[in-house]
Design a protein around this ligand. Structure first.
Ligand code: PHE
Length: 341
């Protein structure tokens, strides 16, 4: 039996050392130490031994059991450590790998143009105002001298919210003239940039939503010369010294006299090209002296005060400033386009 026990010990220890996972170890525990295990089988035969042999074999059997249990325990710890190390290796983070730079967006060229425009006017003492895009027809039209029946109030041109045409998406930033007159102390120097809406089809030069910058000055003794001088200076600052402008007579219900201002085409310098549709000139804004009746409706005495106002298309300014040929590029937000500025 001594040999049997020694044999079991050698075999079992070798098997334990070779066990590759905890399932294999459990199987070995059962195989050698379990109720029907090999060691137990040997011990069951102890009855056949002589009284002298019994304690000797008993002690040996206990030693074998103890060394097996210890070996299994050690192997199990070794396997656990190996498994942990393998997992740590697998989940390791290499902090020395260079990071992925987050993709940043890009300031839209139109807002860059707007920032320049704001800077120029703020530098001349103007205040920048923000106004509602959902506007009362009273402010968009009535208080600007465009009474009931005026063609621009037509449903085919304007987005109304109600059936009696009182609430609308503003079609111009000019209602901000009235809001400023009603709320600010004189003299007033303001610009008011923002979105405006008209029922236009989309093409290379039109969109149902676009941006305008309104500007207005009211003080004593303000004349058309101030309007021209100020706007000429603004165009020179935006488009460079020597930028050529021209003023053409026009009509707006809320200014008298009214004009439109063109700048000489930045592409062809007046010769005529596709960008200026062969004209040599690009229309940039509408302007004029504020109609005395408009001042009066806002509670300002036209015999004491006078003022001028302008409204310019911001998309068009940006297209000129950055030499962009198609309005749709401004609205598509394609980063390949935006990143060029
Ligand atoms: N609101 C006018 C337009 O949208 C522009 C304008 C503004 C004209 C101020 C004169 C004075 O066409």
């Amino acid at each position: 039996m001594k040999e049997q026990l020694a044999e079991i010990r050698t075999q079992a220890l070798a098997a334990v050392e070779a066990a590759g996972d905890s399932a294999a170890l459990d199987a070995l525990r059962v195989k050698y130490l379990g109720k029907k295990g090999e060691l137990t089988a040997v011990l069951k035969q102890m009855g056949r031994l002589s009284p002298e042999e019994r304690p000797v074999i008993g002690q040996l059997a206990n030693e074998v059991r103890a060394s097996l249990e210890q070996a299994i325990q050690q192997q199990s710890e070794k396997l656990e450590r190996a498994a942990l190390e393998a997992r740590l290796k697998l989940e390791a983070v290499d902090v020395t790998i260079p990071g992925k730079a987050p993709v940043l967006g890009h300031k839209h060229p139109m807002y860059e143009a707007l920032d320049e425009i704001k800077d120029i006017f703020v530098g001349m003492g103007f205040t920048v105002l923000d106004g509602p895009e959902i506007e009362l027809a009273e402010y968009n039209f009535d208080k600007l001298n465009a009474e009931e029946g005026h063609p621009s109030r037509d449903w085919s041109d304007t987005f109304y919210f109600d059936t009696d045409s009182r609430v609308m998406l503003r079609s111009q930033t000019s209602p901000m003239q009235v809001r400023a007159m009603e709320t600010m102390d004189l003299p007033i120097r303001i610009i008011a940039p923002g979105r405006v809406y008209r029922k236009d089809e989309v093409d290379a030069t039109h969109s149902p939503m676009f941006h305008q910058v309104e500007g207005m000055v009211i003080d004593k003794g303000v004349t058309m010369a101030d309007l021209k001088g100020t706007l000429n200076l603004v165009m020179e600052k935006l488009y460079g010294k020597g930028t050529v402008t021209r003023f053409r007579p026009h009509h707006f219900p809320f200014t008298e006299p009214s004009c439109e201002m063109d700048i000489q085409c930045h592409k062809c310098h007046g010769k005529g090209c596709p960008t200026c549709k062969g004209e040599g000139w690009i229309e940039v804004l509408g302007a004029g002296m504020i109609h005395p009746h408009v001042l009066e409706m806002a509670g300002i005495d036209p015999d004491v005060y006078s003022g001028w106002a302008f409204g310019m298309g911001l998309e068009r300014m940006a297209m000129g400033r950055f030499k962009i040929s198609d309005l749709r590029l401004i609205f598509e937000n394609d980063v390949r386009f935006l990143e060029q500025f």
